[in-house]
Ligand binder design. Structure first.
Ligand code: HEM
Length: 410
């Protein structure tokens, strides 16, 4: 058996802007040097799809590294630092399971389908506002979609949306490990805390009557019956916004970028609602947005390599299936492909994305309607990229498009 520390592993410069602009060749080269493991300046990087699945199955030997992130950022006893240590992704074992069980009934595939008409209304209203501009930054446009859906799901006043958007842009950089963003992240958490306090106080003062309980009602009932403390209630609400924001926005923007180069597929999304769903799944396979990270609580052995207790391990969900071993003709974007190996863009194990069915439904409904209302999109300028570690994606996607010939809003 070899120790990971003694191996001459490929080194990935994941923190660099040039890496974020085109990560795939870096992973390809790394896998040529070692089939599943690489290194970067903050630990090991698992570069292989099957190894990610196998090592995630040992998740009881790992913990979340949010305390560690707060250490690295030197931000203990600050609003951002304390939120990082408390939120749902930072919890393990029974406390995590208790919270997940309270939330689970609201996040089933059936519930997500119930929300589809709301998602359709939101995207139609956004398109009514943005399409007349004829050209805009698609990333900016896409950013309003998940926040507006979430606000509608919990009955928040839409006037809060611009403020929340800035806060979540900042908080979304929480796992970038870059201290430059810290002041904005602190401000972002304070904004979200104030928003949630006002939201709960407002619902207490103005309870909804004669309607099905919404997510906010459900959480407040759990607080009233002592299942959740007020802090847990507030943190969960903030986390749901944060977890669904840049992930959904980046995924929709990455998908748009892929489809601009594939006009036939884009056109079919306008015509075929079910096909749009396959396109979304293929986008997750081709290039999804997140990479996860864990700390090893004990030594683990995989494929005769010992990874040492205390090591940080990064799992690159976003490129796992861009690999000939798991997807035939992997560089081809093919929505009709065989999906024997399922993508892992929503993670694995006990923390697998709670909002995955909402996210899928949202991007599916969004893509179909966008393709109907914005034919023939073209880029009109250079795009940037978000840091690869954490929630990767495109930063700024200026586009123009044709006007739809018929009034498709009817
Ligand atoms: C494209 C969109 C999305 C992607 C790619 C995504 C991805 C992920 C991933 C990879 C994880 C696991 C992180 C880890 O194990 O370290 C996660 C967790 C989570 N996601 Fe999502 N997510 C998306 C949208 C959403 C939405 C819309 C919501 C809520 C409405 C949401 C709520 C959550 C929550 C609450 C967790 C933590 C679950 C837990 O700790 O048990 N996500 N997400």
């Amino acid at each position: 058996m070899q120790k990971g520390a003694d191996l001459d592993l490929p080194y990935l410069t994941m923190e660099e802007d040039a890496f974020a602009a085109d990560p795939f060749p870096h992973f390809k080269k790394a896998r040529e040097e070692h089939p599943w493991l690489a290194r970067w300046h903050l630990g090991y990087v698992v570069t292989d799809y099957q190894a990610t699945r196998d090592i995630f199955a040992m998740e009881d030997k790992m913990s979340m590294m949010y305390d560690g992130i707060v250490d690295i950022m030197d931000a203990h006893d600050t609003p951002w630092g304390e939120f990082q240590k408390r939120h749902m992704l930072s919890m393990m074992g029974d406390p995590h399971k208790r919270l997940r069980d309270i939330l689970a009934p609201y996040f089933t595939p059936r519930q997500a389908n119930i929300h589809r008409p709301l998602m359709q209304r939101v995207i139609k209203e956004l398109l009514d506002e943005w399409v007349p501009k004829k050209a805009f930054d698609f990333e900016e446009f896409a950013s309003f979609f998940p926040i507006t859906v979430m606000c509608r799901l919990i009955g928040a006043d839409p006037k809060v949306i611009p403020g929340l958007r800035s806060a979540m842009e900042a908080i979304g950089l929480s796992t970038s490990m870059d201290k430059r963003w810290l002041p904005a992240m602190q401000e972002g958490v304070i904004t979200m805390e104030n928003f949630v306090d006002d939201l709960v106080a407002d619902r207490r003062a103005n309870p909804r009557t004669g309607e099905e309980p919404d997510l906010l009602d459900l959480l407040m009932q759990s607080h009233d019956s002592d299942e959740l403390t007020y802090r847990e209630l507030a943190d969960v609400l903030i986390f749901l916004f944060v977890a669904g924001y840049d992930t959904s926005k980046n995924m929709l923007t990455l998908t748009m970028r892929l489809l601009i180069d594939r006009p036939e597929i884009y056109k079919r999304c306008a015509e075929d609602h079910e096909y749009s769903r396959l396109v979304v799944e293929e986008s997750f396979r081709y290039a999804s947005t997140t990479s996860n990270q864990r700390i090893l609580e004990e030594d683990i052995v995989y494929n005769d390599v010992l990874l040492e207790k205390g090591s940080i391990v990064w799992f690159t969900l976003s490129v796992a299936m861009h690999d000939p071993r798991y997807a035939d003709d992997f560089e081809t974007f093919d929505p009709d492909r065989d999906r024997t190996n399922r993508h892992i863009g929503f993670g694995l194990g006990p923390h697998i994305c709670l909002g995955q069915y909402i996210a899928r439904a949202q991007i599916h409904e969004g893509l179909h309607e966008i393709a109907r209302r914005m034919p023939n999109p073209r880029t009109t300028g250079a795009q940037g990229y978000r840091p690869f570690p954490g929630t990767w994606g495109i930063r700024g996607l200026p586009i123009e498009f044709d006007q739809a010939e018929e009034d498709v809003t009817a």
